[in-house]
Design a protein around this ligand. Sequence first.
Ligand code: MN
Length: 227
Amino acid sequence: MPDPVIPLPKPTVIPTADGDVFPVRRVYCIGRNYAAHAIEMGHDPNREPPFFFQKNPDNLDPSGQFPYPARSADVHHEVELLVALKSGGTNIPLDQALDHVWGYGVALDMTRRDLQGEAKKAGRPWEIGKAFERSAPVGVLRPVAEIGHPDQGRIALSVNGELRQEGDLNQMIWKVPEMISYLSDYFELGAGDVILSGTPAGVGPVAKGDKMDALVEGIGSMAVQVI
Ligand code: MN
């Protein structure tokens, strides 16, 4: 390889429960994937085609700390199941989609809701509300070999010990195999891609000093301090 003219960017890796790391290639996030959350955001929960936005790989942050971001006064928590792919491709059939999953984790899709709201109203992209620094706190990943493919179980988030979000993985409008298959019709998926699979009802604001506790049954929990 010719010499790089600037230092090579550091690859993003997420710790696994076994002490290894999972290298990240791309981050896809699905919107409005739990009916009760679609309703609370003012949308029809019927089964319209899924839609996706992206965060940047280096937005993922396993540190357990979430720095309150600049330029927003309304930052919301969204607890989500993270799906980590070990392989990919295009036009992946539904019945082969889960073969591409390496494992699962707990993630937060932190959102500058005020900026996202302005973007929505203006018909603009969402990155300014979604893809900011350290906007996706993540817990350790656990492999399919150990936990299988969780398709039901409690998903919840509390702030300072008070329950804010609660749902069940079985309430997802688009299931994990459907998300993978659908995405692969539009993008070439690859090893290292992760999917944040949407959030249940109860999203709301956080403030500096808050402690968020996120949980997905069958996968694990994660504590994140807002600093
Ligand atoms: Mn989300």
